[in-house]
Design a protein. Structure first.
Lengths: 625, 303
């Protein structure tokens, strides 16, 4: 996949391909090689199956880099550099960058294990499309590419220059979104090769040929990529730096002059005359799109799921599942209305054990040091071993427990229908203090700023310190069943009074309130600068956290009592209409939905690219995120 | 009002100059060196409090002062720990005759009155009581009322209005026009919190002007949104954390349009205190020609 302008010495190519891994080989007892999906200058890329998930087909891309340096010290340095780069890549968290799962070196090869992208690269899309790609399509991808470049260029402490932007390094996944593949990690394997050039001739700017790689070089290469996508003229087949001689519209007259102008600016010979940064180019692309109306077309192009979503596994309990699953050490734990807490193997859904309480379990268990903590309608807080399901201790309250426990600072904080918030010593199971509130506490406490935050059914919201003394209090008009979330200085929660509140977490002052169509028991989730929450009016809302203004809303077919969960660039949320929805969280656009046989009132759990959801159809489902 | 502030500031800057002389005689260190020594000893103010200062000048080329400002800082600390409270407002009026003055003056009075009324029982009653309305709604409705009054009192005129309400550690900002609120960090970063509602900014956003063209755009002072103009007013209202170890700065275009960010930073870091910093900025704008009225407010959270 690593394309370079260097030509390997004669004979070496065949030697390398001889050394390619055969299908059927297993690397480090874990990655079962299925087939070669790409060949580059430094080795091959394979599709492999991760055998740690025996009952699910979890695919990964394994990128191989041959360490051909003759001298052992250089080889060692190369491996060291590779590991350093792999560590940097592993910390990059962006929807358009594949996740790094693993890396290792064996003999003369190093391997990087990353997310397998289901999709097609842009070069293949350009050549397989008869005629030109639509302008709005290229525009959307270009905007997404600017997003990811801006993310890389603003990386701290050092900006990351991609160096090799070109259509074959841009994958379009099954959602129609771009993923940037093939980070220049292979370049660490090229030391000692005189005159090595990273970057692909035709797409790289003039200065890169002098050995300078800067963010401005990525901008040029993005311009070149867009030019190729809109004109179908492969720049590798043209004289170098000749974009100025063949403007986009001379080849494809349907492209707007606005977009052409943006591409021309990106392709300026002098780096100082290009956009000052990826964000500036992004703004220019958006401005061009607004002017031509291309952007409004994009919003309506929803990608329909292909062939419906199939669960990886499903497990049937004896009664409704209203609670939320917990994934902990490879197991899934979920409470059920049949009074049992179930432990299942998260990979295949196999039953491990169940623990009987004397009442329904509607909350989410918490885990801490191999123990599970959860409340039940039998009035008790149960603590059991996570592996064995054997009881460790229980703690009695004076009412059914519907709140989920929060573990912090050596304590368990949990609300009960006995109106009290209980602080329980994590080791001894003894009560440390109880805070008497005005009504039943069904919301799950949140701990931040050395305060415990929770709402109760009278509409009172409290901030209590670690000694159980009230720090401040806020009054909503009706019950607060929704669990609060604190981010920075703000706290967010919803109420049955039909309002999403934003309070100052330090003093309880209301900063803004957002009117929902109806009451809500859904707990808000946050990502970027958005708060997400469901409501009984059937909508899932995306609200700007700074201004309290609506960003989007998505209509489901019934009440939304569960809470949204954000994973990567998606939002997952169940509805009483029985569907689990996957939306793009920035726009609220639907990606897919999965129909269960009855209402969903719990919240999904997402772990390692798998979404788990319980339904009142008695089943727990595992789906690919 | 402006005269009052000028008097106030004249005095303050004189007295601080006297201090400077004293320090020179007792120790051969510049203000800057003393500052850095003091800050390296990191004085701890045990009581957290908000402090603020402001500066204003008619400038060198205008006869009228059409800028107005409000700086209210309340420190009420009793047996319950007090919450820092401040209200800072800058308005830059426009319109023929003297209507610009009327507009900005009316805007700050109405806005401040509306907001302070809602905080009256929190600040001055016992038991203290928080307003029912969220902070952003208080700001929003005060803007609407100010808009209504300006339309009535000074028809045809308009004014910018940028207001920062500090309650605890957060700032709720209301904003219309091209006066600005900034977060200024002493490490050398000046972050603009508000977005100008000006023609030039709009054209820049639309991609019709690049940064350089924008800097030389002939109609830099044309607003596309102003208080008192148009039927419905849409104010930007949002909440941000108070800049940690930094300053909140509000100013009119008489300052930001004339003095570069770097000089603003230097004016602040070179000054021994907030009121000197404000005066330094006003002086810098006047030295640069003082083409317009100059108004600046600086606030800092200490402790």
């Amino acid at each position: 996949m690593e394309t370079q302008s260097i030509t390997p010495p004669p004979g070496e190519e065949s030697a390398r391909s001889r050394r390619q891994l055969q299908a059927g080989i297993t690397l480090v007892d874990r990655y079962f090689i299925q087939e070669v999906i790409g060949v580059g200058g430094m080795g091959s890329v394979y599709r492999a199956r991760d055998l740690h998930f025996p009952n699910v087909t979890k695919l990964v891309a394994v990128k191989e880099m041959l360490n051909i340096a003759p001298d052992p010290l250089t080889r060692q340095t190369i491996i060291h550099n590779f590991e350093r780069e792999a560590n940097i890549l592993a910390t990059l968290n962006h929807p358009s960058i594949p996740r790094i799962y693993d890396y290792f070196s064996e003999e003369d090869r190093s391997y990087l294990v990353e997310e397998f992208i289901h999709g097609k690269d842009l070069e293949a899309i350009i050549s397989d499309t008869p005629g030109f790609l639509p302008e709005e399509q290229v525009l959307t991808w270009a905007i997404q590419l600017c997003d990811v470049l801006a993310f890389l260029h603003s990386h701290k402490p050092d900006p990351i220059v991609f160096r090799d932007m070109k259509p074959s390094n841009v994958m379009i996944n099954s959602n129609g979104d771009i993923i940037l593949i093939d980070f220049g990690i292979a370049k660490t394997f090229q030391v000692g090769q005189k005159g090595t050039m990273i970057g692909t001739e035709g797409y790289s700017p003039p200065e890169q040929y002098r050995g300078e790689a800067s963010p401005a070089a990525d901008i040029y290469a993005l311009g070149a990529t867009c030019h190729h996508a809109l004109t179908r003229r492969d720049p590798r087949l043209e004289p170098p730096f000749s974009f100025g001689e063949r403007p986009v519209r001379r080849i494809n007259s349907r492209v707007s002059s606005e977009l052409e102008a943006v591409i021309n600016t990106a392709l300026q010979y002098n780096p100082a005359e290009r956009f000052a940064g990826a964000l500036e180019m992004r703004e220019a692309l958006i401005a061009a799109g607004r002017k031509t109306g291309a952007l409004s077309k994009i919003a309506t192009t929803s990608i329909a799921p292909s062939g419906g979503i199939k669960p990886i596994w499903a497990f049937k309990c004896e009664d409704e599942i209203r609670g939320t699953p917990l994934i902990y050490q490879g197991a899934l734990y979920v409470g059920c209305y049949d009074n049992n807490l179930y432990a299942l193997n998260a990979a295949d859904g196999k039953f491990q054990w169940k623990y009987p309480a004397d009442g329904g379990i509607v909350s989410r268990p918490a885990a801490y040091e191999n123990n599970l903590y959860f409340g039940s309608e039998d009035r008790r807080l149960h603590v059991i071993g996570a592996r064995t399901g054997k009881i460790v201790w229980t703690y009695y309250t004076e009412g059914p427990i519907r709140s989920s426990p929060r573990i912090a600072e050596g304590h368990i904080f949990i609300g009960s229908d006995d109106h009290a918030l209980h602080a329980v010593n994590l080791n001894t199971g003894r009560s440390v203090w109880q805070f008497a509130s005005a009504d039943e506490i069904r919301s799950t406490p949140f701990v931040a700023n050395e305060l415990v935050y929770f709402g109760c059914e009278s509409g009172d919201f409290y901030a209590v310190d670690f000694r159980g003394a009230m720090k401040w209090h806020y009054q909503a008009k009706r019950a607060i069943t929704s669990s609060p979330i604190v981010v920075g200085q703000s706290i967010f929660f919803a109420s049955i009074d039909g309002t999403l509140y934003c309070l100052d977490a330090r003093n309880g002052w209301a900063v803004w309130r957002f009117r929902l169509g109806k009451g809500s028991v859904s707990s808000p989730a946050l990502a970027d600068n958005f708060v997400f929450v469901g409501a009984a009016d059937g909508f899932i809302y995306g609200v700007d956290a700074q201004t309290g203004k609506e960003a989007w809303r998505f209509r489901t077919e019934h009440q939304v009592s569960g809470s949204p969960v954000i994973y990567r660039d998606s939002l997952y949320c169940g509805s009483v209409d029985g569907n689990l929805y996957c939306l793009e969280y920035r726009s609220g656009r639907e990606r897919w939905r999965f129909k269960t046989e009855a209402a969903i009132t719990g919240t999904p759990a997402v772990f390692d690219d798998i979404v788990y959801i319980g339904s009142t159809d008695h089943q727990v489902y595992a789906l690919l995120a | 009002m402006a005269e009052f502030f000028r008097k106030l500031f004249g005095n303050k800057s004189k007295s601080s100059r006297a201090n400077q002389v004293n320090s020179v005689t007792t120790a051969p260190l510049s203000d800057h060196q003393i500052e850095s020594i003091i800050s390296s000893q990191s004085v701890q103010y045990e009581m957290q409090q908000l402090i603020a200062a402001s500066g204003q000048s008619v400038g060198k080329q205008r006869e009228h002062n059409e800028d107005s400002l409000v700086a209210i800082t309340a420190t009420l600390v009793g047996n319950s720990s007090g919450i820092p409270f401040g209200l800072y407002v800058v308005a830059d009026g426009m319109g023929g005759h003297q209507f610009g003055e009327v507009a900005s003056n009316a805007a700050i009075h109405v806005l401040t009155g509306q907001i302070m009324r809602k905080f009256h029982s929190f600040l001055f009653s016992m038991p203290t009581q928080q307003p029912d309305e969220p902070l952003q709604e208080i700001m929003e409705s005060a803007f609407q009322e100010a808009h209504r009054v300006v339309q009535h009192e000074a028809p045809g005129s308009g004014t910018t209005l940028t207001a920062a309400l500090v309650v605890g550690q957060q700032i709720t900002i209301g904003h219309v026009g091209d006066s600005r609120a900034y977060a200024v960090y002493p490490a050398g970063r000046v972050e603009q919190l508000t977005r100008d509602h000006s023609l030039v900014k709009r054209l820049e956003e639309l991609g019709h002007l690049n940064k350089e063209e924008a800097a030389n755009f002939p109609h830099r002072n044309v607003l596309i949104r102003a208080l008192g103009q148009g039927e419905a007013l849409e104010a930007d209202v949002f909440t941000v954390p108070f800049p940690r170890n930094g300053y909140l700065m509000l100013c009119s275009d008489g300052l930001w349009g004339v003095v570069p960010d770097q000089d603003i930073l230097r004016s602040i870091s070179d000054a021994p205190n907030l009121h000197r910093a404000c005066q330094n900025m006003v002086t810098a704008a006047n030295i640069a020609g003082g083409p317009d009225n100059i108004t600046v407010i600086l606030a800092q959270m200490i402790g």
